[in-house]
Design a protein around this ligand. Structure first.
Ligand code: FAD
Length: 830
């Protein structure tokens, strides 16, 4: 057995096998796959094999689509038939809200080139008369997906991998990982059978690998402990039952093709044919998390006992939908562990804090995702980045605050939410509140409805006490919309206060700090007391992080980045510092996120509010343009609170960010609230802020800004200093401008705004781009959006169409910063 390899993939389920295959296909010729038992002996063996293309996320839709296309090609390559039944996938809707969900989804599918059809209840009945349809609104049908045999597709990938030189070693368990500076030493133990259990033997070897990928399925918690990191992948029980043959189905099949995979989302199940009978897979309430502290040796390719009572409601609704199944008996059942993560997306990408260690854990649709994950992760490993932005799957989207208990409870919630209505304005309840700023109770008492971001509870909007956020959610304008409109107007016309405490904050200082940041980021560094907006790039020239940089001293900087991405940003920054310290000199990095609270006060009257509480020899001029110009920062005192104030406003209005010691937050809140009352100050949430920043064309990280576009594609050349050398510059230039970020005003439906996932067309019906953000503009009284279009179309005045709710609506590209393009209100003196 070889003991030196370029890449070692740990885990021989569908996911690990696909990664090994794709690494070899991407050109790495020294890849080994290690499996502690037999290939597919984890969750893969008992999966139902469905390959649903339906997904609300752009990245995941790409991943699933790749898998479906790839699996179809495997037989030609390997000679193995993986039993891919391309029967299609019919998602039925019992309500108009569910149809709305499918319409919102369909526009994402369209951006990714996933085909679909709309069916009325009558059309469903005509094609599949065993299905009861009188209580349906309609359905969306994907003709190109279906189901596959999970073990067979894994074996086909394994054969393809072997053909490309991958070594597959079974009955070896990875038991220890030590980083040696340029490679990992992985201690591997030979596994043996003892008393029916699979146990470690005395035989051990050490394999040196330049790169390691873990794809250990239900064993993720053990992997986390071995690596000394946190991996919020904890399995939950998932069951499906197989019925005896259904006589009506058998009869129907004599002259007809197989039924598509049927999904009655409102009844929370999927059903497909299985040898004349049916497989019913429910996503019920109450499925418990398992193995939160590891998988026992005694659990191999085992199952849990069936809990029929738990799925009784779903079973009855299945009989309702397919009445011929009423008298059919049960033949078989499967209740196995299915790995989840708190948001349902797997954890794919570089491991936090470690070098050349890649995670591929937490797959709940692992058969569907395996192909695409292998493809895109191999791109990341071999080429530096994938062609799609993998941030929504990145393992570091959960921070060090995450615990096993959090993962287990959130994963149970995620499982039971598989078939809920996935409103874009959905907020999930489990494990909240968890991370709260001190002012949380005050905000709640004033009607705040919170969103959950990176564990924080952050106000989304403020409504009258007792307002039911859950009931207000919609795929169109939710019940909260009117409150966000009032908040947005308050900032444009008066003054508003936003809690931005969740912002990620780092201090970078020391003799090497200036040279390092000059190399690390694209823009000129600010002078002392000034701020700049700037970008850290990936090695392939795309945007890795957006920073507001404040220069506190000659060699001390305060970096502010997005609140949702603290560990993601911290990891990249720390690794870059470690790489460059020898070259640039000592650099100290401190993550001060939880030490500093942030209030953003904005609006034409914001200066008046601050003047009333600022402690200064001359309060009347302390905040004037002369003493406190736009894009500068300085320490001030508000009452008894020391504040590092920065004159910027993400809402594009006159305003300041007030960074304050977290322990003084309630004092400051009370002070500002009292002073603000005189000027009618409103508390404002993240939703209004998101609309306002689009009126100013401020790109947001995670939507317009990410690893699939360069700052030049984001059309931000003013923040890129081409006269200096910076990390990723050459790659950014080499990429060119494949598509360009624009702002659009949209004459959309009267009751809906875009969510930022809609497809864009030219007048002639050609697909030319997609929205990445959307919302309502109070300044223009209509919908607004930002997105990417073909560069030749990115011209002011270009007329496009946007698909919303199955119809095309007029959209026009407007100049950047359509509201106050000259920045007159931000610069307003006083
Ligand atoms: C009842 C049920 C039905 C399902 N139906 C579907 C479906 O229809 N469609 C779908 O897409 N998904 C489905 N799933 C989910 C799917 O089974 C999983 O997402 C998928 O199998 C995960 O694959 P994996 O490779 O990540 O993990 P696994 O298949 O669990 O593989 C992990 C492997 O790693 C090995 N391993 C662990 N630790 C080590 C170590 N230290 N050293 C060496 N080897 C190690 C394990 O032995 C195991 O073989 C279903 C799940 C269940 C429970």
């Amino acid at each position: 057995m070889k003991t030196h390899v370029k890449a070692l993939v740990v885990g021989g389920g569908a996911v690990g096998t696909s990664i090994a295959y794709h690494l070899a296909r991407a050109g790495w010729d020294d890849v080994m796959l290690l499996e502690r038992d037999e290939l597919t002996s984890g969750s893969t063996w008992h999966a139902a094999g469905l390959l649903p293309l339906f997904n609300m996320s752009f990245a995941t839709t790409h991943i699933h689509k790749y898998s479906v296309d790839f699996y179809k090609s495997l037989e030609a390559e390997t000679g193995l038939n993986a039993g891919f039944a391309v029967v299609g996938n019919l998602r039925m809707a019992q309500t108009q809200a569910r149809m709305d969900e499918y319409m919102v989804y369909a526009t994402t599918a369209e951006t990714c080139g996933v085909p679909f059809e709309w069916l009325t209840p009558t059309q469903i009945r005509e094609r599949w008369p065993l299905v009861r349809t009188e209580d349906l609104e309609g359905a969306i049908f994907h003709p190109t997906d279906g189901y596959i045999n999970p073990a067979d597709v894994t074996m086909a990938m394994a054969k393809g991998a072997r053909q490309r030189g991958v070594m597959i070693e079974r009955r070896w368990q990875a038991d220890g990982y030590v980083w040696r500076g340029d490679h990992w030493d992985v201690t591997c133990t030979k596994m043996v059978e003892r008393g029916g259990n699979l146990v470690p033997s005395e035989e051990q070897i050490v394999i040196s690998a330049e790169h390691v990928v873990t794809a250990t399925g239900n064993h993720a918690q053990r992997t986390a402990k071995l690596l000394g990191i946190k991996i919020p992948a904890v399995p939950v029980e998932h069951q499906f039952i197989v019925t005896e043959p259904d006589a009506a189905l058998v009869e129907w099949r004599k002259t007809n093709v197989e039924h598509p995979v049927l999904r009655d989302a409102d009844a929370r199940w999927y059903v497909r044919e299985e040898r004349g009978g049916w497989i019913l897979g429910p996503y019920e309430d109450g499925a418990p998390a398992r193995f939160a502290h590891g998988v026992p040796d005694s659990f191999r390719a085992d199952l849990f006992p069936l809990d029929l009572e738990r799925i009784e409601g779903e079973y009855m609704s299945f009989i309702h939908r397919i009445p011929s199944s009423e008298t059919v008996g049960l033949k078989d059942d499967f209740n196995g562990p299915i790995c989840y993560t708190p948001d349902g997306n797997p954890l794919v990408g570089p491991a936090p804090g470690l070098r050349n260690m890649w995670l591929a854990e937490g797959f709940s649709f692992g058969i569907t995702a395996a192909g695409g994950t292998g493809y895109y992760l191999a791109q990341q490993m071999v080429e530096g980045e994938a062609e799609i932005d993998m941030a929504s799957l990145d393992p570091k989207r959960y921070g060090s605050w995450m615990t096993t208990e959090y993962a287990a409870r959130k994963n149970e919630e995620c499982y039971s939410h598989v078939f809920i209505l996935h409103h874009p304005d959905e907020e999930r309840e489990a494990c909240r509140p968890l991370r709260t700023a001190p002012a949380y109770d005050r905000q709640k008492a004033r009607g705040a409805q919170f969103g959950h971001v990176n564990g924080w509870d952050r106000p989304n909007y403020y409504a009258p006490l007792g307002f039911d956020d859950h009931a207000s959610r919609s795929f169109r304008r939710g019940g909260w919309w009117q409150y966000a409109v009032e908040e947005a107007k308050a900032i444009r016309e008066g003054v508003g206060l936003i809690d931005a405490t969740a912002f990620t904050k780092h201090v970078v200082k020391g003799p090497g700090a200036t040279a390092f940041l000059d190399w690390f980021t694209t823009n000129k560094l600010p002078k002392v007391g000034r701020i700049n907006l700037t970008y850290a790039l990936t090695a392939t020239g795309t945007t890795r992080t957006e920073y507001t940089i404040v220069r506190m001293k000659d060699d001390e900087y305060y970096l502010v980045s997005a609140g949702a991405w603290t560990d993601y940003d911290a990891d990249y920054l720390r690794k870059a510092v470690a790489d460059k310290e020898a070259e640039f000199g000592r650099i100290e990095v401190q993550n001060v996120t939880t030490q500093w609270g942030v209030f953003a006060i904005a609006g034409p009257k914001s200066r008046d509010v601050l003047k009333a509480v600022i402690n200064d020899a001359d309060p009347a001029t302390a905040l004037s343009n002369k003493r406190f110009p736009w894009l500068s920062a300085r320490p001030i005192e508000l009452g008894m609170c020391p504040v590092n104030a920065i004159r910027v406003a993400y809402t594009g209005e006159l305003g300041w960010e007030l960074h304050h010691p977290i322990e003084m937050q309630n004092y400051l809140f009370d002070l500002l609230e009292k002073a603000g009352a005189v000027h009618g100050m409103k508390l404002v949430g993240a939703r209004a802020q998101n609309w306002l920043r689009q009126e100013k064309s401020y790109r947001a990280f995670g939507t317009e800004l990410g690893r699939d576009a360069t700052p030049l594609e984001a059309d931000l050349p003013r923040f890129v200093d081409m006269t200096k050398e910076f990390h990723g510059k050459a790659a950014m230039q080499a990429v060119g401008v494949r598509s360009k970020c624009v702002t659009l005003l949209i004459d959309g439906p009267a009751d809906a705004d875009p969510w930022g996932r809609e497809v864009l067309f030219a007048q002639d019906g050609t697909r030319v781009g997609r929205l990445t953000s959307g919302g309502y503009s109070v300044a223009f009284g209509k919908s607004i959006g930002m997105g990417y279009v073909r560069p030749d179309l990115a011209v002011v005045g270009a007329k496009l169409k946007v698909r919303m709710f199955r119809e095309l609506w007029d959209a026009v590209i407007v100049e950047d910063s359509p509201y106050d393009p000259a920045n007159a209100t931000i610069r307003m003196d006083g």
